[in-house]
Design a protein around this ligand. Sequence first.
Ligand code: FES
Length: 646
Amino acid sequence: MTERLVVFTPSGRRGSFADGTTVLEAARRLGVDIDSVCGGRGICGRCQVEVSEGEHAKHGITSDATHLSPVGEVERSYARERPLAGGRRLGCTARIAGDVVIDVPPESQVYRQVVRKEADAHPIEIDPVVRLYYVEVAEPDLAVGTSDLTRLREALEREWGLTRLAFDPHVVRALQRALRARGPEPRSSGAWSVTVAVHDGGAVTAIWPGFHDAAFGIAFDIGSTTVAGHLCDLRTGDVLSSAGEMNPQIRFGEDLMSRVSYVMMNPGSEKELTKVVRGCLAKLTAELARDAAVDRDDVLEITLVGNPIMHHLLLGIDPTELGGAPFALAVDEALRMRATDLGLPVNAGARAYVLPCIAGHVGADTAGVILSEGPHLADEVTLIVDVGTNAEIVLGNRRRLLAASSPTGPAFEGAQISCGQRAAPGAIERVRIDPDTLEPRVRVIGCDAWSDEPGFAGARVTGVCGSGIIEAIAELHLAGILTTDGTIDGRLAERTPRLVANERTFSYVLWAGEPELTITQNDVRQIQLAKGALYAGCRLLMDRYGIEQVDRIRLAGAFGAHIDPVRALVLGLVPDCDPAHVTSAGNAAGTGARIALLDRKARAEIEDAVRRVEKVETAVEPRFQEHFVGAMAIPHDSDPYERLSS
Ligand code: FES
């Protein structure tokens, strides 16, 4: 039989094959990953390839579309329902008929990658923990007498090499009916064929009659203020819908510690907090599926991240131990369970994966941040700061990783600030103060114009959010209104009516409208305390690591997304670093949950990275107090920002 040279791109793998070998078979023999759900029956369309036509001097062949067999009936029938893009062929039906170079497009590759929006981010490899397999099962035979389950096992082994599978009880219950039903048109191949979902290569978790080609997952990020979810196509990695809700636990306490106090004062009430957060996840699940026009029964995988208290309450664990030293977690390892155990309205066999926690104040959300940012994979030393009620800080690189939590309090979220509010439409988020006139310009969430621009007219101003207060105080300092020790300098009251005296201190009127918004001396003190704690936490980790300067700083979370790096440095929020290397990491915790959803290998990776993290407990470190006191100054008394002030 004539042998033909076949080259696959982009892998470059090549080999000789007899005329008539299918492209899919040739690819498999060379270890080229071409996707397939239907096992080469011309049903799923996952195996599409393209002939790369022309002279391929590098490979020493001239490749031509006619070097594959002509389009046959199976391919024609597939293309009648879903036309193939120009030149595309089904790899499972197209046969080798001459020397040929075959291109496997990204969407036909098993291990494809999705590029992330965030700058400098590694692409996510799509290798989900759950996969679909279509099989044709032998009909029952009186002479043989094997059960439906045995014949399904045989088919899965014969066609896909899957052995020693465990079957979820609900799959066993559904098996009889699924095998005897016809699958949905138009791609049904009649009774005695089913599609199964196999989780982690070992458990059959769902079953559908006939051919089924839909598998979705949801990545949840449970914050103390907001709960957010992203519904993803497990095949492509695409985010099909996103939704967020206020965490309904807020009615038990605005911040984390007040929720723990609520549980302490009302024994047994953790059950109620668990119930409301699970209810919120269930509501979001329904909303996400509806928005993406996805059947909830096709949601097969869930991942979750959250801080330690959210993590414990989600799991139904009393968080009281986390309310005081030694802040012992009930469990820190990653957890795997059924999604229905968390009350989620998805497929009965869907699994949930909860990322590992790191320490008493450093939770699965920080594990998500590490997974997203990848400091454990880099040579450069990265400082990652995730600011919320507490600040979670991670420092290090591939050699060593340290983590700590610093008690910043809620000031960075706008709480305990006289004019503070949550980041929501109407909140001042950007501030500039003219150093000559001492007049401010502001921008509010929900309006793209500055207050001195025509587009601002009619914008509602309601308060100042965390990033707004940081900018306001940094700008007051840059304008000379705020001294290095954090005093609002009343002597400048002669130059501007915006400085008003209240007893022995002064306030600055940031917004003279209705409501009037002022930055008081006490507001400045609150931010000094918060930024002192944050800076001290960062320095403590740097001391432990033995470095004076980090290579780059990433500001994670909603706060990090809005804060201006230069102003963060002016204020001394984070240690000295080239401003060009201080950037926002976006919602890194949520991205980490999405990576764990789409790439099974990421789970082992983060579990290993978390095991290696050195935990630093700021509360018992004497150096923390020293750094804290020094960091109360603006920017602080240890490393003034020559680069910025020059
Ligand atoms: Fe399913 Fe080719 S492998 S159509």
